[in-house]
Design a binder for this molecule. Sequence first.
Ligand code: TTP
Length: 665
Amino acid sequence: MEDLQLTGKLVVLASASPRRLEILTNVGLRFEVVPSWFKETLDKRLFKTPHEYAVETAKQKALEVAKRMPFKHLKTPDIVIGADTVVTVDGLILEKPVDKQDAYRMLSRLSGKEHSVFTGVAIILCHEKEDEEIDYQVIDFYEETKVKFADLSDDLLWEYINSGEPMDKAGGYGIQALGGMLVEYVHGDFLNVVGFPLNQFCKKLGLIFSPPGSLTHNSTQTSPQGSAVDTVPPAEPAASSPPGSPTHNGPPDSQGQNIPSASPAHNVKQEESGRGEEEVPWTLVNSLSKCSENREAEPQGINDPAAPDLTSRATMQMQNVREHETEDSKEKLCKMIELMDGFKASKVLFTASKLRVFDVLRSSKTGELQAEDVAQEIKASMKGTERLLEACVSLGLLQRTGKQYANTAMSRHFLLSDGPLSLQGYIQHCNELVWPLFTHLETAVREGTNQHEKAFGKTSNNLFQDAYYSRHEVKLRFMKAMHSIARVSGRDVATAFDLSKYKTACDLGGCTGAMAYEFAKAHPGLSVTMFDLPKVIEMSGHFRPHDADDRVSFVAGDFFKDELPKADVYILARILHDWSDEKVHILLSKIAKACSPGCAVLVSEIFLDEDRKGPSRGLLQALSMTEGRQRSASEYSLLLKSHGFTAAQVKHTHNLLDAILCVTE
Ligand SMILES: Cc1cn([C@H]2C[C@H](O)[C@@H](COP(=O)(O)OP(=O)(O)OP(=O)(O)O)O2)c(=O)[nH]c1=O
C-alpha cells in the first residue's frame, strides 16, 4: 500500500456513462466525473479501422475535459480518462441510435450474426510545466470483444426497443441488462462491451504508475492491443483531428510504444490532498501489468470455462442493473450536494483570498507553512485557520503534506495577487459586490430589479456613475476586477481573429487598458486607443504594465455622449451585456457613423447557447444585472447586422469571454 501512486492526484473520468462510473468505482478508484462536451462527429471515412475512430474519439473527449477544467472548474486534473464504445458489423460503425427506428435498423443488422465491440480508451497525464503551461501526455489503447446475437424476431426486437434500453447504448443494446437475452456468446472482455475494458486499463495504469524498480518504465512494452503515446502541445485546441494529424506521434494503434512512467520520471507530485487514500488494489494492478507482455488475446467471458456460469452471470447482471440504478441516483445526489454547498465553496475561496492565504504561503521560504504559522501571518484564530485550510485542501486550492500546507498549481496560477493571470481582483469584486447582491436574490426575482439599494443602501440609476465609480475605493476594486478578467481572457480574445489588415483599433470602455495592451501585443501592426470615462482614465496609470507598449494611448470620454476616436476596428469587450437593446443600438449607431467601409466591430462577451440553456456562468451573472441582458452569438450578430456590420465570425475561446467579429460593407 506504500505504492499508492494515485494518492492525492485528481483523477477525472471524462464520461457521462453510468456504466463507466460503476466499473471504475467498483475497483476502488477515486475520481471526479466531468462529462466531455466533445461532440462525437469525427468523419469516420478518415479512419482506416473502427478502433482508430474509437481511440481518436476517446482521446478528444478526454482532452476537451483536460483543457476545459483549468478554466471552467479552476483546477487542473492530474489524470483524465476518456472512452468511446462502438459496435461494428458489415463494415459499419454503429454508435448510439438516434431514435427507435434507428435502433431497429441496428438490431436487425446484428440479428443472427457475430459483431465486434471496440472500446477506445485515452488516459491523459497532465503535467504542469515551469511556465505554468500544461503538457498533455496521451496514452491510448483499445480492446475488441466479439459478440454473437441469436436470430431475433421483429416482435422481440420491438419489445426490446420499447423497453427504452437501447437508446443510450452503442449498437442499440445493453449486454449487462435486458440486452443480455439477445446474446449467444461473447468472446473477449465482457466489461469492454459494457463500455470500459477494465482489465487492459488496469494493466496500463500499472505500467504508468507502478513504483520505481518494479518495472522498467522506459523499456519498450508490447501491448496486446493497440497502444500509443502522444504528447499534445499545450496551446493545441481539442480539434477533431484524424489519425496522422500533428498531435499524433505515430498511428494510434501502432504496437510496442513506450508507456511513460508518471512517477518518478514525470515528477508527478504526491500530494496529501484530503481526498483520502486510493482504494485500488495495487498489488493486483501491478501483477496484471507485469502479465501484459505475455498475454495473448484469449477468449474470455461466458464461453470461458473460468468465467462464472450462466446463472451466476445472470444474477450478477441483475445486481448490476440494481447497482446501476443506485449509482445513477447517487450521481444525482452528488450533483445536488455540489449545488447546495456551492455558496460555501465560493465563500471559502473569497475568504482565503481576502486573508491573503495564497500570498502568505508563497512568500514563506519553502513555499509551505503549518496552520499555526498561517494563523499568525493572517492574524486569525488557530481553530478557524485550520478549518479554512482544510476546506481549501478539499477544494483543490491547497495541498497538504503532513502538517505543511502549500499552494496547488491552480492557486499559483490564478490566486497570487501579483501573478500575471491573477483572478484576485475579480474574486474581491465577487465577494464585496456580487455576494451582497445575491443575498437579495429572492427579492430581485420577485421584483425583477437589481438589489443595489438593499445591499448597499444607495439607489443607482446609472450603475457605472452612481455605484462602481462613485467612491475611490469602490472604483479601484471594480477596475481591478475588470483588469483581472482582461488579463486572463485578453490573449484568447486578441488572437481570436486575423486582424493583420487593420492599422488602428479603439477599445471602447477598456477600463485599465489591459485588453488594449493584449491587442497591441498580439498584432504588431496595430495601434490601440483605449477610450473610457475621465474618472477611469485618471486611474488607469495604476495598471500600466512595466513594459507598456507606446502603441497604446488613452482618450477620455463617454461613449454615449462624446465623439468616438477614429479607428479601423472597434473593440467592445464585456460592454454590451450591461445595456438594454435600446442603449446597444445607440452605441452601435455611433460606431457605425464613425466607421468607413471595411471597418470592423469585435464584441467579446460570454455567449449564451442558442437555446439559452447555458453556460450557467452567463445565466448566473444575469441574475444580478440591472438593465443589461446576456445574449447568444446570433443575438449579438443580429444587433450588429442592423447597423450594417455583417459577415460575422464567431470564436468560442473556452476562456472567460468569447468573441464575434463583424465588418461593414
Ligand atoms: C454495446 C453496449 C454499449 N453500452 C454503452 C457503453 C457506453 O456508455 C455507450 C456508448 O457510448 P459512448 O459514446 O462510448 O459513451 P457515452 O455517450 O455513454 O458516454 P461519454 O461519451 O460521456 O463517455 O454504450 C452498454 O452499456 N452496453 C452494451 O452492451
